[in-house]
Design a protein around this ligand. Structure first.
Ligand code: NDP
Ligand code: OXD
Length: 315
């Protein structure tokens, strides 16, 4: 039987290998790097951030399983073989990112950074608090994760709108789409949540000009940004400028133009910025590995892979 290759960069590499080997029930699962003989036996590659050109070394590759939601790194490989690519779209990952989004929308809404500062000074002061139903949240990207997060925020009582490439109908969510809908979407959004993929169209979209279009005179008392999509969507220097000129009153950033965020980045010490190390959502290998093996077995029975990536669209 043909082999499955696991090539994962990062701290979860060992966990993915162990989980996929368990789920594969005796079927051969190889860990990158492998010898020249083994390269020929690989039919399926399960990857996260594989080195450029790695997949081109597999002459009998039938499909690629991306062990995360975003495929920007994979599609940037100029030697990417022309085989189907599946990505993660699973409740475990979706719920984790939604938790992150809810946590940080609430952090800004409930002025938690202000209360943290007051605690350091032993200061007991209560500030005015709008109801969630008075605050407009805008979610950029209404895909698997964005739609789930938007619904969860609506469930907390926020006035939620979403923006996507194509038109969408979502109960309880006001929707906008395309370039024509962007300015109207921004003009009503006080807390902007970005859950877009990185594509040539979305790169650099979170710049100063866009941030200046957000609603600042609403109940949230300013405009806020939460980016858990991809770092290259934001212009780091523009985020700092927007904070310094009070276009933004706060920002939560999980992703950055350069990761790890360089130690000399002004974002680290900016008093209005909350930073997390690209951990809004990591899928659990134990939870997802059985799905990977089931997908491979379906594919071998002649059925199409689920959650296929559209290479032309870029996500
Ligand atoms: P999906 O592919 O399901 O959804 C992508 C959404 O973005 C769709 O609604 C799509 O519109 C919209 N979109 C794409 N391009 C444009 C554009 N040019 N203009 C407007 N809207 C656009 O992705 P997921 O929801 O599964 O994941 C989204 C992203 O979140 C991932 O690509 C990844 O970068 C990031 N992510 C980050 C994590 C983290 O830990 N920080 C964890 C997981 C994901 P349409 O519906 O019309 O196609
Ligand atoms: C993903 C991520 O895309 O973790 O899954 O960033």
């Amino acid at each position: 039987m043909s082999a499955i290759l696991v090539a994962v960069d990062g701290p979860q590499a060992g966990d993915w290998l162990a989980a996929l080997r368990d789920a594969a029930k005796g079927r051969e699962v190889l860990a990158w790097p492998v010898g020249a003989e083994d390269l020929r036996r690989v039919s399926f590659a399960c990857v996260w951030l594989p080195a450029r050109g790695l997949l081109a070394q597999l002459p009998n590759l039938k499909a690629i399983i991306n062990l995360g939601a975003g495929v920007d790194h994979l599609l940037a490989d100029p030697e990417l073989p022309a085989v189907p690519i599946a990505r993660v779209a699973h409740a475990d990952l979706t719920r984790r990112v939604t938790e992150y989004v809810a946590l940080h929308v609430l952090l800004h809404h409930r002025r938690q950074r202000l209360y943290d500062a007051q605690q350091r000074e032993r200061s007991w002061r209560v500030h005015g608090q709008p109801a969630a139903s008075e605050v407009n949240v805008g979610v950029m990207g209404l895909g698997v994760i964005g739609a789930h997060a938007a619904k969860a925020l609506a469930g907390l009582g926020f006035k939620v709108a979403g923006w996507s490439r194509s038109p969408k109908t979502l109960a309880g969510i006001e929707t906008f789409h395309g370039a024509a809908g962007l300015d109207r979407f921004l003009a009503r959004s006080e807390i902007l949540v970005c859950l877009l993929p990185r594509t040539p169209e979305t790169e650099g979209i979170l710049d100063l000009a866009l941030l200046r279009k957000l609603k600042r005179d609403g109940a949230a008392d300013g405009a806020f940004l939460i980016n858990a999509g991809r770092g290259p969507l934001q212009v780091d220097a523009d985020i700092v400028a927007a904070l310094d000129e009070c276009t933004l009153s706060g920002a939560t950033l999980d992703v950055f133009q350069r990761e790890p965020l360089p130690a000399d980045s002004p974002l680290w010490s900016h008093p209005k910025v909350t930073i997390t190390p690209h951990n809004a959502g990591d899928i659990s290998p134990r939870v997802f590995a059985p799905n990977v093996i089931a997908e491979i077995e379906r594919f071998e029975r002649g059925l199409p892979l689920g959650n296929l990536v559209d290479r032309k669209r870029g996500y």
